[in-house]
Design a protein around this ligand. Structure first.
Ligand SMILES: C[S@@+](CC[C@H](N)C(=O)[O-])C[C@H]1O[C@@H](n2cnc3c(N)ncnc32)[C@H](O)[C@@H]1O
Length: 416
């Protein structure tokens, strides 16, 4: 996120709508046309209650794909709109891209489509996809039909009326996107001003806000092609409950300060993976980043981490390969030349080869799903994915499903 977007985000989070709006105008004038800036500008206007100007901005930016909205649907402002802009570019070199080759996506389902804005954006981003869009509200679908027609997309987007997957006769999709209702009872009782003129049905997610989200997570598997993906708004906002673990109390204190600055609620603990496992903690996702190269017994450590992966859950492991190239770049380069890390941070003998890591993960009962190299480009100051696993690399492994997993996303980060 650019510095300007960060200033606008902070202003929005403390309710300074004018400050947030001004920051976005200044950023756009200074040449930052990013999705984050445009999204924040529209949010600031919508929260000020200035729906007309917010809508005009949607139309200007084409950000949410739709220009006709009235009291029958919500004003489009889904974070998924921004993600489609920023993270679906495709291409091997694009580290932030979530989908390698957008033209290869054949089918997309937009659940809870409202004005049809996300379905229309999806049609733009996935040029060869047939798109199905579902909403339970007849009124919302009337607005969606008008928007689909205005964009000339009648032959690409099929609108269905019904309850989530019910009208779809068991079809499978490469990608399911959804911005469902997910406001809890407390939030419904105190809806912000910009939401009060919008349909309640669009927000009400039951007592804890997750009634519809849980149903989507439960049923999505039966409607995804092998390798297909689900992007659901509360998860897209990384709304998972996160435990951050590191053995060093100092690191945890720094991480806490950093999270507080960003207004994030993360359960940081100065503890070890072994202790968490002994306490019976389990997670849907474990991010095991840059840790295995520091532990004495990789098999034992990964065995304990694997115990905490729920059935159907996944673990990412990022580390450094034991090659001469890694010795040159990651140890001599990073510690002695660039001084990114204190000297002696990494011991060559402790580095782990991909085949050793994968053997240990398999022995711990996990199945390897994917692997990738991660390469630093000093000119662009960016990391990107690569086939070259000689230095930094990541492996993704999952625990097979043996019984239904808790659908609520819970993640842990080791090596915070
Ligand atoms: C938060 S709005 C999202 C609209 C649009 N996708 C967007 O991002 O602007 C949620 C939509 O879900 C619809 N909805 C609520 N319950 C539903 C259900 N059980 N099945 C299908 N749609 C539902 C509402 O009518 C509303 O249009």
């Amino acid at each position: 996120m650019s510095e300007a977007a960060e200033i606008a985000r902070k202003a929005l989070s403390r309710g300074d709508l004018i400050g947030a709006y001004d920051a976005t105008v200044a950023a756009i004038e200074a040449g930052d046309p990013s999705g984050a800036i445009r999204h924040q500008q529209i949010l600031a206007l919508a929260r000020m209650g200035d729906t007309d100007r917010a809508m005009a901005k949607f139309a200007d930016y084409g950000l949410q794909g739709s220009s006709n909205v009235d009291e029958r649907t919500i004003v489009p402002r889904s974070f998924i709109g921004e993600l489609l802009d920023s993270h679906f570019g495709g291409g091997d070199d694009d580290a932030t891209s979530l989908i390698g080759d957008p033209p290869e996506v054949d089918s997309v389902l937009d659940l809870c489509t409202g004005s049809g804005c996300l379905a229309i954006l999806a049609a733009r981003h996935f040029p060869n996809a047939a798109i199905h869009a579902v909403d339970i509200s007849k009124d919302a679908l009337a607005v969606a039909a008008r928007n689909v027609a205005d964009h000339g997309l009648e032959d690409r987007i099929a609108l269905h009326r019904g309850d989530l997957f019910a009208p779809l006769s068991g079809q499978r999709y490469d990608l399911i996107i959804s911005n469902p209702p997910y406001v809890d009872a407390e939030g419904m009782a105190a809806l912000p001003r910009e939401c009060r003129a919008e349909p309640k049905l669009a927000f009400d997610g039951g007592p804890d806000g997750l009634d519809i989200v849980r149903r989507i997570l439960d049923e999505a598997k039966r409607h995804l092609t092998p390798g297909g993906g689900l992007l659901c708004e509360p998860m897209a906002r990384l709304g998972a409950l996160v435990v951050g673990a590191d053995a060093s109390a100092n690191n945890i204190e720094v991480a806490k300060l950093h999270a507080a600055e960003g207004g994030l609620s993360i359960d940081y603990r100065a503890t070890t993976a072994e202790t968490l496992a002994e306490q019976g903690e389990t997670f849907d996702v474990i991010l095991n980043m840059e840790v295995v190269e520091h532990v004495a017994d990789v098999g034992l450590f990964l065995g304990k981490c694997a115990e905490m992966v729920k059935p159907g859950g996944i673990m990412f492991v990022a580390t450094i390969n034991r090659t001469l190239k890694a010795l040159g770049l990651a140890i001599i380069g990073a510690e002695y030349v660039l001084r990114w890390l204190p000297r002696g941070t990494h011991k060559y003998g402790r580095l782990v080869r991909p085949e050793e890591l994968e053997t240990a993960l398999s022995a711990a009962g996990l199945t390897i799903i994917d692997r990738t190299g991660v390469v630093y480009n000093p000119l662009a100051d960016r990391w990107h994915r690569s086939k070259d696993m000689d230095v930094n690399y990541m492996v993704l492994a999952e625990r097979a499903v043996t019984h239904a997993a808790n659908p609520q996303g819970v993640a842990a980060a080791a090596g915070t």
